[in-house]
Write a protein that binds this ligand. Structure first.
Ligand SMILES: [Zn+2]
Length: 186
C-alpha cells in the first residue's frame, strides 16, 4: 500500500469510528459553540497543534502559515472567519471563554529566510528596512510581537483571551511567553 492509499484507509477508519461514536459534526452552527480557541501556528511538520495539544476534532480553529505569523493575509483570513461565525448565527465558544493562541516554535524554518528580505517584506507587507521589527530569527520575541499585533485589531472582541507560546521541538513542551490575558481592558 502506498502512502496515499494508507491515508484513504485511515480516513475510512476515522469515518467509521466517528460515526459509531456519533461525534461527526454535520452542521457548522451546531459545532461552533463547542470551539474553544483559534490557534495561529506554523505550517512546520513538527508543530501540528492537534498533536502538540492532543486536541479532539472541533476543539479549535487552526490557522497555519510560515512561522505562525500575523501577516495581512492571516488577518484577512481571521476577518473571513469572524464573518463565517456571524452568518452562521452561532457564537464561537457559546459566549464562554474563548482564546486566541499564537504558537511559534524553536528551529523554525522562517529563521532560515532571514537573508531573503524581498520575500519576507512582501509576506509581511512592509519595507525591507522594517523587517527587524518582526524578529524573524527569535521566536520568543516574534510571538510577543504577534500577540501585540492582535491586540491592535479593533474587530477582535475585547474579552477574548490572547496568549503567545513557543513550542520547543527538542523537548515537545510549550513555553508560555505571553500569559493569557484579555485582548483589551477598558
Ligand atoms: Zn516554523
Amino acid at each position: 500500500m502506498n502512502h496515499f492509499d494508507s491515508m484513504l484507509q485511515r480516513n475510512k477508519d476515522f469515518a467509521a469510528s466517528q460515526s459509531a461514536a456519533s461525534t461527526l459534526m454535520p452542521s457548522l452552527p451546531r459545532a461552533l459553540p463547542n470551539v474553544k480557541a483559534v490557534i495561529i501556528g506554523c505550517a512546520d511538520i513538527r508543530v501540528d497543534p492537534a498533536h502538540v495539544f492532543g486536541m479532539k476534532p472541533g476543539e479549535a480553529v487552526v490557522m497555519r502559515n510560515i512561522g505562525g505569523r500575523i501577516t495581512p493575509g492571516l488577518l484577512e483570513q481571521l476577518g473571513l472567519l469572524g464573518r463565517i461565525g456571524d452568518v452562521s448565527g452561532a457564537i464561537p465558544g457559546g459566549g464562554g471563554e474563548f482564546h486566541i493562541i499564537v504558537l511559534h516554535h524553536t528551529d523554525c524554518g522562517i529563521t532560515r529566510l532571514a537573508g531573503d528580505t524581498g520575500m519576507l517584506s512582501h509576506y509581511f507587507q512592509i519595507q525591507e528596512g522594517e523587517l527587524k521589527t518582526k524578529a524573524v530569527t527569535d521566536p520568543r520575541a516574534a510571538v510577543a510581537i504577534d500577540v501585540a499585533a492582535l491586540r491592535a485589531v479593533p474587530a477582535l472582541p475585547a474579552k477574548w483571551l490572547v496568549s503567545g507560546l513557543v513550542y520547543n521541538v527538542a523537548t515537545g513542551l510549550v513555553e508560555i511567553v505571553v500569559p493569557p490575558a484579555p485582548i483589551r481592558t477598558a
